[in-house]
Design a protein around this ligand. Structure first.
Ligand SMILES: NC(=O)C1=CN([C@@H]2O[C@H](COP(=O)(O)OP(=O)(O)OC[C@H]3O[C@@H](n4cnc5c(N)ncnc54)[C@H](O)[C@@H]3O)[C@@H](O)[C@H]2O)C=CC1
Ligand SMILES: O=C1O[C@H](COP(=O)(O)O)[C@@H](O)[C@H](O)[C@H]1O
Length: 247
């Protein structure tokens, strides 16, 4: 069934991948601090996610929030991730509870667990012969302040689930690259997420029933150190792409 979905950070790369395949699948309300120049479905709200009043207005009548807005730079400074990724995310969750939203899907990141990639484990970790696998049950282990902000976002989601019963899915997105896996970048190839698998995974997050989930958002790459089993089991994720099938 089509859902009414608020998509924050709609003008960015992940938002673009989602809307490319799902524009006609749901009723969209899009939010970003930058206006969107391309054609887009639904209403577009130009607002910052730290603007509580604007967020509350945008949340009215919404079933599901996909929360992408934030500073995506792995080297982002603390003041930016504190404002955009941590404070902004808390504002979104608080407003979602007050608006009786059913589900919030949070764009987490591989960088929430980046420090598992120790010197001893890499680069073997990025290759098919290595069987080391993170499955989403491990503790966060960020390798930068951006990763800290994503781990904080997951904890904020856990709190709003436990305290208020909101359904929450945290997707630890790998490396979203359009058309083909990253070139000459083993780490990126192991965590590649194609545009169509990205759209499909977020569609499953909109449609599936769950309580609180942390899943990895990558394609079905031969080389992988993130398990996609939980995304398959809990959400019905069926990826079609694999970085090993590209040159
Ligand atoms: N692209 C990727 O491979 C990955 C992305 N992610 C996460 O997915 C989300 C989306 O990332 P991308 O689309 O790649 O980034 P992007 O930079 O292309 O898009 C982010 C969008 O959010 C908006 N935004 C940022 N701060 C905002 C604020 N305070 N209020 C309103 N809008 C704001 C920006 O204007 C931008 O349009 C981010 O949270 C990022 O951390 C996580 C892992 C990998
Ligand atoms: O969280 C993110 O991760 C991807 C992949 O990380 P990288 O350090 O291997 O580039 C990154 O491209 C994206 O910008 C970021 O938001």
């Amino acid at each position: 069934m089509a859902q009414s979905v608020l998509l924050t950070g709609a003008a960015g790369r992940v938002g673009t991948a989602i809307l490319a395949d799902l524009a006609d699948e749901h009723e969209w309300r899009l939010m970003d601090r930058d206006p969107m120049t391309d054609d887009h479905p639904g209403e577009f709200v130009v607002a910052d996610i730290t603007d509580e009043e604007a967020v509350r207005e945008a949340m009215d009548g919404v079933d599901v929030v996909i929360h992408l807005a934030g500073d995506p730079r792995p080297d982002a400074p603390w003041d930016s991730v504190l404002t955009n990724n941590i404070d902004g995310t808390q504002t979104i969750f608080e407003a979602a509870v007050d608006a009786d939203v059913e589900k919030v899907v949070f764009a987490s990141s591989n960088h929430a667990v980046g420090a598992y990639e120790t010197e001893e484990r890499t680069p073997d970790l990025y290759r098919t012969h290595d069987d080391y696998l993170l499955d989403g049950t491990e503790l966060p282990r960020p390798g930068n302040l951006y990763g800290v902000s994503k781990a904080a976002g997951e904890s904020i989601g856990r709190y709003y689930h436990d305290e208020f019963g909101l359904s929450v899915a945290c997707v630890r997105i790998g490396n979203l690259t359009e058309g083909h896996p990253p070139i000459d970048y083993e780490r990126g190839q192991a965590m590649w997420l194609s545009y169509r698998d990205c759209a499909h995974l977020f569609d499953r997050c909109i449609r599936a029933d769950y309580e609180f989930e942390i899943v990895y958002g990558i394609s079905d790459n031969d080389r992988k150190y993130y398990s996609i089993e939980r995304a398959k089991e809990a959400l019905g994720y069926e990826p079609q792409d694999n970085s090993a099938r590209h040159d």
